[in-house]
Design a protein around this ligand. Structure first.
Ligand SMILES: Cc1ncc(COP(=O)(O)O)c(C=O)c1O
Length: 283
């Protein structure tokens, strides 16, 4: 699995009785270092999961070739990189997965697209999918209300600033709580994943994805370029040599000075943007 992904993806793999081996990525291109594959792949290795994180995209051709040479299937995790229907994953990867969860640019408050290469795999997946229960409309409505409230609060400096001050004063780890609030499935992950979307969610996906706003995306890229050009040279910007540089998040590497042993370690901080504001978050 390429080395940067969300913790839930590791959980899903492990829940299927599989072991995760981490494959380092190049911080400039964000591509996995395929030259390390020989040291990691054994006869028990089944698949290579490659994530296009932070909205960056790199050349998948050598990655798929390297996986094929070693008999591995290729799963592209494009959860953070949907930017319209022109690109739905590399043509030869076995599976490409896109997410429209609550914190995505093109969110539908849930839902996903899976592009499956082989008809046989598609049939197997569809058979499993058909036996999943359908999510209730009420559950979907609750999700919309919850995230609308969270978004409104996080977008309001008059609430966020005193809130941050208070959490610091009380020594509460606000990052942990906010990340938990924004997770699509904060509890019972596997059980909740195994649901078909309700008709309301499908209708929302049709509405949202029918109008992918290219101008909005370019505007977001412009804002990031504006910030990028003004950052001090001591800050390492991540993924600056990626083939496609969209910005779901804007990660920078800084040296953290708050380690107990007095040592300093690189830490990745991410900035994300919507049409109106920049928000500091972290991985
Ligand atoms: C890299 C990556 N993979 C997978 C997921 C899971 O997507 P979701 O739970 O929204 O379907 C996310 C969500 O943020 C992600 O960032």
């Amino acid at each position: 699995m390429s080395a940067v992904n969300i913790p839930d993806m590791l959980r899903i793999v492990r829940e299927h009785g599989l072991k995760v081996i981490s494959l380092d990525i190049d911080l400039e291109t964000m591509a996995p270092k395929i030259q390390l594959l020989d040291a990691l792949v054994t006869e028990r290795t089944k698949a290579l999961v490659v994530a296009s994180i932070y909205g960056r995209r790199f050349n998948m051709a050598p990655v798929v070739q390297a996986a094929r040479d070693r008999g591995l299937i290729v799963i592209e995790d494009c959860a953070e990189s949907f930017c319209g229907f022109e690109y739905l994953g590399y043509k030869d990867s076995d599976l490409a997965l896109f997410s429209f969860g609550p914190i995505k640019h093109h969110t539908a408050f849930g839902g996903a697209i899976a592009k499956v290469h082989s008809k046989e795999l598609y049939r197997k997946m569809f058979h499993l999918y058909e036996s999943d229960p359908v999510q209730s409309r009420m559950e979907y409505l609750k999700k919309i209300i919850k995230y609308s409230v969270v978004y409104a609060l996080l977008d309001c400096p008059r609430i966020v600033k005193p809130g941050m001050y208070l959490t610091r004063l009380l020594n509460i780890n606000h990052k942990k709580h906010i990340i938990n609030m924004l997770r699509g499935f904060p509890d019972k992950l596997m059980q909740k994943l195994r649901h078909q979307p309700c008709d309301a969610l499908l209708a929302m996906m049709v509405l949202r994805l029918g109008e992918v706003d290219v101008i909005q995306d370019s505007l977001s890229n412009l804002k990031h370029e504006y910030v990028s050009e003004r950052l001090p040279g001591t800050v390492t910007q991540v993924g600056m040599k990626a083939d496609v540089r969209n910005h779901w998040l804007f990660p920078i590497v800084v040296v953290s000075c708050c380690l107990a042993a007095g040592k300093t370690l690189p830490e990745v901080i991410c900035l994300s943007s919507d049409s109106s504001s920049f928000l500091v978050s972290c991985t």
